[in-house]
Design a protein around this ligand. Structure first.
Ligand SMILES: O=C(O)CCC(=O)C(=O)O
Ligand SMILES: [Fe+2]
Length: 315
């Protein structure tokens, strides 16, 4: 028998299937309206003052109103993105045992796994396999936080000091076609725990996000990268920029690939919300403290609570 490329599934989740009933979980996911994310042409940053100013304003406005936008002319060629996807597909095809022995990929414990090792019941299970490793600092993420900092009247020195190679990481996602759709998500509703995420998805679709209290499906755009604001940037900006809930709907027929780059600081970095002239929405916390709280909450409640845990007490 050929060795499977995937981490063991039934073994990991054996106990969750014992009481499985299809009635358990049926999220209303299929009837969701499609939306066009704000599409921003980063080439405008290289044109005159007027275009550059307007481009920066669009980035800040989308980060305030949507927490999500797409960029084109982002400096990463189509060829590179296609090569990355081809390598990603090759990696996912390799037998599981072979991959976990890879020296050059620096797989740490748990970096190659089914999406929800902490799941305590079937509805928390994700139809997703991910491989994750520390990586370089992307120029694009630096450029974007630079602009977002400038637009809120601050500077991005903080990010330069703290988001380093090894604190940022790249996650390769493979969503296999899902036999128990729609009982299972590709990835459960969540916000990202970083500063910003850069996402490259294939043409299958399935990414959905919340806007004005409603779920919308994001139309795939071959040329664009999707950018979303994470919790740390929402806290740092004192709620100006929004870290918005998103999820991936599983697909009963097709497998789907995406790549997510997380722009993260070191664990000892302290996130200070607000400034001297406005009250802080959140108390200061280190990224390490944040991660630990998220992991504890997932263990206890089955889901992340995130920023509300760190609100400054109003009493
Ligand atoms: O695959 C996608 O489209 C989204 C992935 C995602 O939200 C994540 O990895 O945090
Ligand atoms: Fe995410």
């Amino acid at each position: 028998m050929e060795e499977s490329p995937d981490p063991p599934f039934e073994k990991t989740y054996e106990n969750l299937f014992t009481n499985f009933s299809a009635k358990n979980f049926r999220p209303e996911i299929s009837a969701v309206e499609k939306c066009e994310l704000p599409l921003i042409d980063l080439n405008e940053l290289n044109l005159g003052d007027y275009e550059s100013r307007s481009c920066k304003e669009q980035i800040a406005q989308a980060s305030r109103d949507w927490g999500f936008f797409q960029v084109i002319n982002h400096g990463i060629s189509r060829e590179i993105l296609e090569r990355m996807r081809a390598e990603q597909m090759k990696l996912f095809e390799k037998p599981f045992g072979e991959k976990t022995n890879y020296k050059d990929l620096n797989f740490s414990a748990g970096s190659y796994r089914w999406g929800t090792p902490s799941a305590t019941c079937l509805k928390q299970l994700s139809c997703l396999i991910m491989e994750q490793f520390a990586t370089i600092v992307s120029e694009l993420s630096q450029k974007l936080v630079d602009i977002l900092a400038e637009e809120m009247g601050s500077t991005s020195d903080f990010f330069k000091e703290t988001c380093l190679p090894d604190t940022c990481y790249l996650r390769l996602n493979r969503y296999p076609s899902c036999p128990i759709y729609p009982q299972m998500f590709g990835i459960m509703p969540h916000t990202d725990s970083d500063f910003i995420t850069i996402l490259h998805q294939d043409h299958i679709g399935g990414l959905q996000l919340v806007k004005d209290g409603k779920w919308f499906a994001v139309k795939p755009n071959h040329d664009a990268l999707i950018i979303n604001i994470g919790d740390l940037l929402q806290a740092w900006s004192n709620n100006l920029y929004k870290s918005v809930e998103h999820r991936v709907v599983a697909n009963p027929l097709n497998e789907r690939f995406s790549t997510a780059y997380f722009f993260c600081p070191s664990y000892d970095t302290v996130i200070q919300s607000g400034s001297s002239n406005e009250p802080c929405v959140y108390r200061s916390f280190s990224f390490g403290e944040y991660r630990k709280q998220v992991q504890e909450d997932v263990k206890i409640f089955g889901h992340k609570i995130g920023l509300p845990r760190f609100l400054v007490s109003t009493h």
